[in-house]
Write a protein that binds this ligand. Structure first.
Ligand code: ZN
Length: 204
């Protein structure tokens, strides 16, 4: 269907262009570059041209999922067309003290969510290797804000750093409740050691 010049190519290209911000809805980080068959073509060939089964995705997410086929309710990744999980905060993180500090991401349990939905969030998180991806981005972001935090700490101490990180969290959260940035800033603001100079501890 997706071959250049084939009859379905125009539909394929239209769906691929649909996301407003051009970011992959499965990881929220990388650029859309392909269409993922939510139910794999290998097992569900009749659905291979059904729009609800075609998810704009980055090529890495597409590759990670490959032809995984759900056999239980819990083994279903989120389908952004039908699963609205954008209102509840399911992505959480904790700061790990060290030289340098790092942030570890995981799946929390939003109030009111049934266990099956939490299990699906975990499955989504694992299939798309989001922990690894978000930690990688967080490490880079934390290096980038070190100088600013140092200045804030020298002027306003731990409370100044905490207030700034909370503001960053609120801003990221307004844009996307489950963005890795919102989870990261929340984790950093919650950690007293980090806010009181831990951000500047590096291995020599
Ligand atoms: Zn992706």
């Amino acid at each position: 269907m997706a071959k250049l010049g084939s009859p379905g190519r125009a539909i394929y290209d239209l769906i691929k262009l649909a996301p407003r911000n051009d970011l992959c809805p499965l990881c929220g980080v990388r650029k859309v570059g392909t269409l993922d068959h939510y139910l794999p073509r290998a097992s569900y060939s009749a659905l291979s041209v059904t729009p609800l089964n075609l998810i704009p995705a980055c090529s890495e997410c597409n590759r990670f999922k490959h032809d995984k086929r759900p056999t239980r309710e819990e083994d279903q990744t989120f389908n952004p067309y039908v699963d609205d999980v954008t209102k509840s905060r399911w992505l959480v993180a904790v700061t790990e003290e060290g030289a340098p500090a790092t942030v570890r991401f995981s799946v929390g349990k939003p109030t009111g969510w049934p266990n099956s939905l939490v299990a699906r969030a975990r499955y989504h998180f694992e299939v798309y290797k989001l922990g690894e991806l978000y930690s990688h981005h967080a490490t880079s972001e934390m290096s980038g804000i070190r100088r600013l935090l140092r200045q804030m700490h020298s002027l306003q101490g731990k409370i100044g750093v905490q207030t700034h990180l909370k503001d960053c969290e609120d801003s990221a959260r307004e844009h996307d409740v489950n963005s890795w940035k919102a989870a990261m800033f929340a984790a950093l603001a919650d950690n007293e050691w980090y806010c009181d100079g831990g951000f500047d501890v590096l291995a020599f």
